[in-house]
Ligand binder design. Sequence first.
Ligand SMILES: [Fe+2]
Length: 168
Amino acid sequence: MSYLNMKDEELLTVVVELNILLADYHIYYQKLRSNHWNILGKNFFDLHVQFEELYTDARVKIDEIAERILTLRYHPMSKFSDYLRVSSIAEAAPIKSDMDMVTETIKDHKLILKQMGKVIEVAEGVNDEGTIDLIGAYIRELEKASWMLDAWSKNTSDALKTRVAEVQ
Ligand SMILES: [Fe+2]
């Protein structure tokens, strides 16, 4: 007997989107690990730590997404071949500049945020409040992480010029 006040058939639409999000997170996680290992240059110490923080956060979310799927009485997708097939996150060359690593991470965040939007949309359709609550918090956190990476990628002198231009 189901312990949920929702029907299994209705929840399938939510589970399909959650599994795609799980796939996205696995590819994203591995790319962050690669960035953590392969970062070169003057920003090594900052970004080596930053990418570790991001992949540690992603690892927690991977587990929570999979366990949400189990809570909804389905099984999470678990094979890497399936993750690669359904994810919109593309694998990338491991060696690249620090700026390229950061801008690609921001782009991946946008794709993940889009998928989170789909999860929320279908979850709202079946009143799956638990999933809305979980993924809603992820959206806020990922948007904040994107802001910080975007701020890192900017030049202070550019920002000051913009500010001066605004007050004139
Ligand atoms: Fe490490």
